[in-house]
Design a protein around this ligand. Structure first.
Ligand SMILES: [Zn+2]
Length: 228
């Protein structure tokens, strides 16, 4: 990797002042290129980005509205996000790069929604899913709805997580690659009450109303996420 900042070493020398003695010394700080690669390697949905990342000053709302050092989970809004998937990934990746490596790191759970069922769901006789509750406390949860998963457990898991996270004031962002009704077996009653508390954002000029209600207008690039 040829990086203009670090020359490929992954680290940049920085001057640090000892708070007690006042003495200055040289330390090394992780370069953005290295942080970028770590995030791509950590998150399944960002693996295709490799070293690439969006410069932080190019980020757009709501991604650039979280202060990497002074975030407050209870004040971060819940969003249903639609629109350009590349814009979404670039912005979210830059946000994660900022908050994960800050002095006050925030945990970000970013996975396809179907993973809730495949990794965490253990169905009980009454339909509840106790393993999903371990996700309730995660910092920022970002769920991607890719396709018609046609999985009956998915909606129940999502509803359970969202309800619990709203209760404890943990932010959840939902990215829809296409109309909600095409992303899961959508039951108005089960989810719409929770979704009233979500703000809707369309990236790159696609209005959320179009995206959610007019199925024909969504031309999502599903291959972007490496799933089919
Ligand atoms: Zn570098």
């Amino acid at each position: 990797m040829n990086c203009d900042l670090c020359g490929g070493t992954g680290y940049i020398p920085v001057m640090v002042k000892n708070p007690y003695t006042g003495q200055k010394y040289t330390d090394s700080s992780m370069c953005l290129c290295k942080k970028s690669k770590i995030i791509s390697d950590t998150y399944e949905l960002l693996g295709h980005k490799g070293f690439d990342y969006l410069p932080f000053d190019k980020m757009i709302a709501p991604f650039n509205q979280i202060d990497p050092e002074k975030w407050d989970l209870s004040k971060i809004s819940n969003y249903i996000i639609t629109g350009d998937s590349s814009l979404f990934c670039d912005n979210l990746k830059s946000l994660i790069m900022q908050v994960k490596f800050s002095e006050n790191p925030m945990s970000v759970f970013f996975e396809p929604a179907i993973n809730l069922v495949q990794k965490y769901h253990v169905k009980q006789a009454d339909g509840s899913s106790p393993n999903v509750t371990e996700l309730v406390d995660r910092g920022l949860m970002v769920l991607v709805f890719n396709t018609s998963e046609n999985n009956k457990a998915l909606q129940g898991c999502v509803a359970q997580i969202i309800a619990s996270r709203l209760w404890v004031k943990r932010p959840t962002w939902i990215y829809l690659t296409r109309a909600l009704a095409n992303c899961l077996e959508y039951n108005e009653e089960l989810l719409s009450e929770h979704f009233k508390q979500f703000k809707r954002i369309g990236l790159a000029g696609v209005s959320p109303e179009q995206s959610i209600e007019n199925k024909s207008k969504i031309q999502a690039d599903l291959s972007e996420f490496g799933r089919s």
